[in-house]
Design a protein around this ligand. Structure first.
Ligand SMILES: [Fe+2]
Length: 453
């Protein structure tokens, strides 16, 4: 029992540790996944058609709205009035095709031709102009661009100032997280669309723009399979521990009741055997002593637990048939007549009959019925021999005879240890089962059963 509960405690502890280890592993794995910085490049068809980019986890798809207006860009004040530049409104849709949040992104837009940035929405721009030594300047919101506050190369047309981008120049778009823009994070299967208005020469192809996208994911821990493995183990663990608690409480309750029941049975039987022993004043306490010796012998044969308890009770009741023997015969100090001796002998059969209604202890009557049988077949009541006699009755026979020799009787004193040993030795295989006799001899010789003291 103790060993079992120790094993159970170890299993509980081990499974708890395992659950937390898996949980920790899922957190580490998730954090590692979220820490990875991703980069993807888009240009030409991949950037503008969108088809090729749909298979990407996160993709940028550019689309230019139809040009609606144009202006005359007179770079050298030559009086040019013909419209030579047109405005493009280009949306750069950053699409998240995954089940995870895109926590952070920025992209670098590189120009392959002259372009003039008129407007952009939401995010801020870090502009890199490379010609004539690199100029780097950040414009938080191009819609509120004030040229005097910046060092950037610009160009004005019709009172509108635009940022001039040459081939090779680039900008880094950092999205806005403001409540209005909410470009970040990008929810699973959602997209955000920053856009630009820029002027480019009429007829110039716009497909030469290049976008390089940097992003990181924020995967929720609940999307991590290991997380659920640990949760399931924890749930099972919790159910098991609750169950264990309830079962333990029930077992404790049952054990207490079982112990009390055992006490009641024990005391009832001992009280009853007390009546029997009281009828025979010369053998006071005989039943209990015989039961104790029998139990001690049985232990040597490997009996334990409930089987041993049963042996004790069967032995305790071995003389219960004496309840039907008249007191004058049982307590007669002198020699018994043949008839009287027959009455005494009948206590075995009477005992068997009395105990036949005692169903809760298996074969409880066989001790009473057969304890006066002899191994050589010359006993009573049925003259059974050897292994025909139930083993328990053979053990009681040795214990019973030993107690008779080891107690004072009215007609004689108890025997000496040597005498008892000799007596058992000489009846080995005659009255007694030789194996049981040997065990008894061993117990007496080693002092485990006291004799003649
Ligand atoms: Fe007896």
């Amino acid at each position: 029992m103790k060993k079992n509960s120790k094993t159970a405690a170890l299993i509980f502890l081990a499974s708890l540790v395992a659950a937390f280890a898996i949980l920790l592993a899922s957190i580490i794995k998730n954090n590692a996944y979220n820490a990875v910085e991703h980069r993807a490049s888009f240009s030409r068809e991949r950037l503008f058609s969108g088809d090729a980019a749909r298979s990407e986890e996160v993709a940028v798809i550019a689309s230019a709205r139809n040009s609606t207006w144009s202006k005359a860009f007179d770079f050298f004040n030559e009086g040019i009035t013909e419209h030579n530049y047109q405005a493009y409104t280009i949306d750069f849709t950053v699409a998240n095709h995954t089940g995870d949040e895109v926590e952070d992104f920025s992209f670098r837009l590189t120009f392959d031709q002259d372009a003039y940035l008129a407007s952009a929405w939401n995010g801020s721009l870090e502009i890199h102009q490379l010609s004539g030594g690199e100029i780097v300047d950040t414009v938080p919101d191009l819609r509120e661009f004030v040229p005097e506050n910046h060092i950037l190369a610009t160009f004005s047309v019709d009172g509108e100032t635009m940022v001039a981008m040459k081939p090779g120049d680039y900008l880094i778009y950092n999205p806005s997280t403001s409540m209005n823009a909410m470009e970040m994070p990008i929810e699973p299967m959602e997209a955000t669309t920053p856009g630009f208005i820029m002027y480019m020469a009429i007829g110039a192809p716009i497909e030469g723009l290049e976008v390089e996208l940097d992003y990181t994911f924020h995967r929720a821990l609940t999307r991590e399979p290991l997380f659920w493995v640990s949760m399931i183990i924890l749930a099972v663990w919790l159910v098991a521990i609750i169950n264990f608690g309830i079962t333990s409480a029930q077992i404790r309750k049952y054990n207490i009741r079982h112990e009390r029941d055992n006490e009641i049975i024990n005391e009832s039987i001992e009280t009853f055997t007390g009546f029997i022993d009281a009828k025979d004043p010369y053998t006071n306490g005989h039943s209990k002593r015989v039961a104790t010796y029998t139990k001690r012998i049985a232990k040597e044969f490997g009996y334990d637990g409930e089987a041993l308890d049963r042996i004790y009770y069967v032995a305790l009741l071995h003389d219960c048939g004496k309840i039907g023997v008249p007191d004058n015969i049982l307590g007669k100090p002198g020699r018994l007549t043949n008839e009287e001796f027959q009455v005494i002998k009948s206590h075995t059969v009477r005992g068997g009959e009395i105990l036949s209604s005692f169903k809760s202890l298996n074969n409880v009557g066989e001790g009473a019925l057969y304890h006066h049988e002899r191994y050589d077949g010359n006993g009573y009541p049925s003259g059974k021999a050897g292994e025909e006699i139930p083993f328990i009755a053979r053990m009681i026979c040795v214990a019973d005879s030993f107690d008779a020799m080891n107690t004072n009787r009215v007609y004689r004193d108890k025997r000496t240890k040597e005498h008892i040993l000799e007596e058992i030795e000489s009846n080995r295989g005659r009255q007694f089962d030789p194996q049981i006799a040997d065990v008894m001899l061993g117990l007496i010789r080693s002092g485990q059963i006291k004799a003649g003291e």
